[in-house]
Design a protein around this ligand. Structure first.
Ligand code: ZN
Ligand code: ZN
Length: 372
């Protein structure tokens, strides 16, 4: 039987339990290496900036105090956002999306793909989903044995489906998704400001040392300051481009996975290589969200400011603070679509689930939503 649904239930391992446990722990430890590298660089930058620049080199006490206060505020906000991105609780997909054993047996014994599609369609008829696969059937995960909620994808590194998955980030050893996207944005933003601040305040001393005026700076201290300038410049360039890209995604209510379709469409060798590399990172079809009426990369966009508030919440006081203020539950999302087909899928349950927190979109600021 040619089948799109496969049986992925766990089969007995081919090697002993001890090796399996050992491999698992080695893999877990290995995944923390990039985080350890970031923490080491930040710890060294603390020593270079606080001790070598502020305490040992700067002669003015006022300047030293101002630099130290600003530096520590930035460091705390950066570390707080980073911590929340790493340790955010990535919640499981609700039980009602998981196929019960009876349904799974039916699915696996179905005679054709059409029969499987019908079984999934029947199972999902009461679920609030509006997106489909490229072939128009319900999105189903073979590994987790569940119907995927809108914007959820399977992460092969976390080995599970993740709500509004953006990408798996090795630098935070976590999936960037609905539950930590705001923290991730703040982490990028504060890390960028942190680097720019170090660059700007080290620059006059960097120029002085370059000209041979060493002042009170010790010889090892000079190297730390010059190195801190170059390292922060290097990180500022990469963080700046990544932060700019994610600002674009937030403004358009897209995720990195939504954008990857562009690589797939590239017929050039570079595009094909990129696609192959990305496919190994995320085991998922790269495409714009597919609705019943076709693919639409702006299918979840409800206007730039509403898109921003969907991630950062409704309270300006908390926009820059790494506490969770995103709208919704990660399962259902408002869409600007109002055609007949999607209307039936945008059931009242969809809005009920948003509850109180959905109000900025459908009541308090109904004028902005009506414009769509
Ligand atoms: Zn999955
Ligand atoms: Zn992941």
């Amino acid at each position: 039987m040619a089948s799109s649904v496969q049986n992925n239930r766990v089969s007995p391992p081919g090697y002993c339990v001890c090796c399996r446990v050992c491999n698992m722990w080695c893999w877990r430890a290995f995944k923390w290496l990039p985080v350890l590298l970031i923490v080491s660089i930040v710890t060294w930058s603390y020593y270079a900036y606080v001790y070598q620049l502020c305490i040992s080199t700067i002669e003015s006490t006022v300047q030293e105090c101002v630099y130290l206060v600003l530096y520590h505020i930035l460091l705390i906000m950066f570390a707080w956002s980073y911590w929340r991105t790493i340790f955010a609780e990535i919640k499981q997909i609700p039980e009602k999306y998981k196929l019960p054993e009876v349904e799974l047996e039916k699915l696996l014994s179905a005679e054709s793909e059409d029969a499987q599609r019908t079984i999934l369609e029947n199972f999902a008829k009461d679920l609030p989903i509006v997106t489909r696969t490229m072939s128009g059937s319900v999105r189903y995960c073979n590994r987790c044995v569940l119907v995927k909620p809108d914007r959820a994808h399977h992460c092969s590194i976390c080995a599970r489906c993740v709500l509004k998955m953006d990408h798996h980030c090795p630098w935070v050893n976590n999936c960037v998704c609905f539950h930590n996207y705001k923290f991730f944005m703040l982490f990028l933003g504060y890390a960028l400001i942190y680097c720019l601040f170090i660059m700007a305040t080290c620059l006059p001393y960097f120029i002085r040392f370059w000209k041979g005026d060493f002042g009170t700076a010790a010889s090892t201290g000079r190297y730390h300051i010059v190195f801190a300038f170059f390292v922060s410049l290097m990180f500022a360039i990469s963080l700046g481009s990544l932060f700019g890209y994610h600002c674009y995604l937030v403004a358009n209510n897209r995720t990195t996975l939504d954008m990857l379709i562009n690589y797939r469409r590239l017929s050039s060798p570079t595009g094909q290589i990129l696609n192959k590399m990305l496919k190994t990172l995320v085991n998922e079809a790269f495409r714009a969200p597919m609705f019943r009426s076709g693919a639409d990369k702006n299918g979840f966009s409800i206007g730039a400011f509403n898109n921003f508030k969907e991630v950062f919440g409704n309270s300006p006081n908390l926009w820059l603070v790494p506490v969770f203020t995103s709208f919704g539950d990660g399962i259902v999302y408002p869409t600007p679509r109002d055609d007949e087909e999607s209307e039936s899928l945008l059931s009242s349950e969809r809005w009920d689930r948003w509850g109180e927190r959905a109000r900025p979109f459908d009541e308090r600021e109904s004028s902005s939503f009506d414009e769509l």
